[in-house]
Ligand binder design. Structure first.
Ligand code: GLY
Length: 305
């Protein structure tokens, strides 16, 4: 059924400091512009969310692609997933160290592989064989993050620090889109949490947790502390409730309430159904988000339930 396109993106839910607000707003604005260009030309929701996420992976402001948090060993390890609501095809990569745009690799898995998910060197090999350039891990590391990890590990050695306090668990970018053909899609990409153990996988790249899309329900992308989100399979939880007739706006708020009340989690969600109805919610001090429809463009840094 022909639809007016809608694009919704987020650039992470956390206590974004005042001096990083502008960079976040600019980043989500750039992502909206890239994704909207696809939708405006009649392109697929799947391509729109890929292009929107690539922009944020390339922007060092965000915990995705270059500039991501470092793991305990001082390396960048990236996770991403993309999902097509029309076909339920999905592609995911986890713990990749040599791919600057993991969402591109995830998209290649979706389109060119009978499998859904590749990790670590196997994912890098698949990507290289399908034309995705590999880089050095050092190319993904920036001085800001080397210093952040150094400070964190020094403090953690002195005191028993909460690894996932909202002030330090900034993370993850994502997008959901509806195209002119009435199809929805979602993509999520992350560097995960600061000082994570090598090999730790978060929610972002797991189907139904950090990302989900089904034309019959909704497209969702989450951000925040991954472990609680995984325990609730929050993306699918929210999408299924949209199918039962509730407005995505309410369901997004309910999902974040559920995350907090059930497992003391924190984070945010963007949610969009195939009728173009959407929801944005978070329980962190801030979440960078952007929305574009044929009638409006809105960029924000706070939108609490
Ligand atoms: N939400 C990102 C992560 O926990 O890895």
């Amino acid at each position: 059924m022909p639809s007016d396109p809608v694009l919704l993106v987020h650039g992470g839910a956390w206590a974004i400091p005042d001096d990083m607000v502008e960079a976040h707003l600019n980043g989500v604005r750039g992502a909206i512009a890239a994704g909207w260009q696809v939708l405006q030309q009649g392109g697929a929701a799947l391509d729109a969310v890929e292009e929107a996420v690539v922009v944020m992976e390339d922007d060092e402001t965000f915990d995705a692609g270059r500039g991501s948090f470092l793991n305990r060993d001082g390396k960048v390890q990236l996770d991403a997933l993309i999902m097509d609501g029309a076909t339920l095809r999905a592609g995911g990569v986890g713990c990749v160290e040599r791919i600057a745009n993991p969402v591109r690799a995830a998209c290649k898995i979706l389109s060119d592989s009978p499998h859904v998910y590749f990790v670590a060197q196997g994912a890098e090999q698949f990507a290289a064989e399908h034309g995705i350039p590999l880089c050095k891990n050092e190319d993904l590391i920036i001085p800001r993050e080397v210093e952040r990890l150094r400070e964190f590990q020094a403090r953690a050695a002195e005191q028993n620090q909460d690894l996932f306090a909202p002030a330090i668990s900034h993370d993850t970018v994502g997008a959901v889109a509806l195209d002119r053909d009435g199809n929805i899609a979602a993509a999520t990409s992350t560097g995960g949490t600061l000082n994570k153990a090598p090999g730790r996988l978060g929610d972002s790249s797991l189907i139904g947790c950090g990302c989900y899309a089904d034309n019959r329900t909704a497209a969702a992308s989450t951000t925040g502390w991954g472990e609680p989100i995984m325990k609730l399979v929050l993306g699918k939880w929210a999408a299924d409730r949209v199918a039962s007739g509730s407005l995505p706006e309410w369901i997004a708020a309910e999902a974040i309430n559920y995350l907090e009340s059930r497992v003391n989690g924190h984070g945010g969600i963007i949610l969009l159904d195939a009728r173009g109805r959407f929801g944005i919610a978070h329980n962190t001090p801030r979440m960078a988000w952007g929305l574009k429809t044929v009638a409006q463009e809105e960029i924000g840094i706070e939108r609490k339930p």
